[in-house]
Write a protein that binds this ligand. Structure first.
Ligand code: MRU
Length: 347
């Protein structure tokens, strides 16, 4: 079964992260003692995956609060500065902004000690809830996986992309626990190779059969091998179900549609951005070197123009359903999402 430490933790003086740049060779930790280090870790993908970076940012603010020596107003000013820095790290994953706002909203109190306690408490709750939500995604989603299924996924929306247990992998871990026999096809996910380096690592470590393919083999897998189900994660879901996720997700959704394969997104409600339209969402453009080099070796001629978007946008018409901790949203997705959020507000 799943044998991984928490991706993100806080011991009161340090933020402790699994260093994902070192996987799969080494499972080692990266420790931050100030918020600049936390911002570096998010930007440079020491930690990655929307829920994991949300929890990391929350602990980054907890770190600022725990180390701060001074008055109430200076603490609040310092927290706002830290929040700005953290917000500037990666623009697409909504959990980052959601977690920072949630911690800041909770930063109320008349003394620095009171504020400190609230902030640390809120950051810890964000991390705990993430694990609980993922478990619930697993509980609700595992019945989609049947004996003999081949399940495809892209990037890593696994335990290492969250505090623990994962979103897209949650139904897989739970189905495996139930004794359901299935295999996973993981797309390698160029350029950062989260599928090869991280998903293949964590699923095989848990004992789940996994086959790794290059991104360009997704069509082959669907037409020649047969794929029964696709489950991906999400960096941001809009109110009509439009989903932003790792580059290649959109192409995969078209392939799934063409081949009649159900295409599910697994995401906690903290990934839902109900107030933005596509015009408001910034797709992160990353360093051209990620494309022009592999493992430190140049694979493209010097000077060639590179476009390196980290995410793409999948329209609701290509998505069969969205597995959240509060229920599976079915089509029409906009109505389902409205229902989900009005139910949870009423509850
Ligand atoms: O660039 P990354 O590795 O942070 O991208 C991660 C993804 O696209 C995941 O699918 C998404 O964040 C969901 S993680 C549960």
């Amino acid at each position: 079964m799943i044998d991984l430490p928490r991706t993100v933790d806080f011991d009161g003086r340090k933020v402790i992260l699994v260093d994902q740049r070192k996987l799969p060779e080494d499972l080692v930790f990266f420790e931050c003692e100030d918020v600049e280090c936390v911002a570096f870790a998010i930007k440079n993908m020491v930690v990655r995956g929307a829920p994991a970076i949300g929890a990391t940012a929350a602990f980054g603010l907890a770190l600022v609060a725990s180390k701060f020596e001074g008055g109430r107003d200076e603490l609040l000013k310092e927290l706002r500065r830290a929040a700005e820095l953290l917000r500037s790290t990666r623009p697409t994953a909504y959990n980052l902004f959601w977690a920072i706002n949630r911690v800041l909203e909770g930063a109320k109190g008349s003394s620095p000690d009171e504020i400190r306690e609230k902030i640390i408490g809120e950051a810890r709750r964000i991390a705990e809830e993430d694990v609980e939500n993922n478990k619930m995604i697993g509980e609700l989603g595992y019945r989609l996986i049947r004996d003999g299924y081949r399940v495809m996924t892209i990037c890593n929306a696994g335990s290492l992309a969250t505090v623990w247990y994962g979103t897209a992998t949650a139904p897989m871990y739970r189905a495996y626990e139930e004794g359901i026999k299935f295999e996973v096809v993981a797309l390698e996910t160029r350029p950062v190779l989260q599928g090869a380096r991280i998903t293949a690592f964590e699923l095989s470590r848990a004992g789940i059969p996994v086959k790794l393919i290059v991104d360009g083999a997704a069509g082959y897998a669907m037409s020649e091998l047969g794929v029964d189900l696709v489950i991906t994660g999400a960096d941001r879901v809009l109110r009509d179900g439009t989903t932003y996720n790792k580059i290649g997700t959109y192409s995969l959704s078209i392939l799934a549609k063409e081949h009649g394969v159900p295409f599910y997104v697994a995401a906690p409600t903290s990934t839902f951005d109900l107030n933005s339209g596509p015009e408001d969402v910034k797709i992160e453009m990353r360093d051209p070197k990620e494309v022009a080099f592999i493992g430190g070796r140049r694979i493209a001629p010097e000077g060639v123009d590179v476009i390196n978007p980290a995410f793409d946008r999948t329209p609701p018409s290509n998505i069969t359903g969205i597995i959240t901790e509060k229920g599976i949203v079915e089509r029409p997705l906009d109505e389902g999402i409205r229902g989900l959020f009005s139910r949870s507000r009423g509850a």
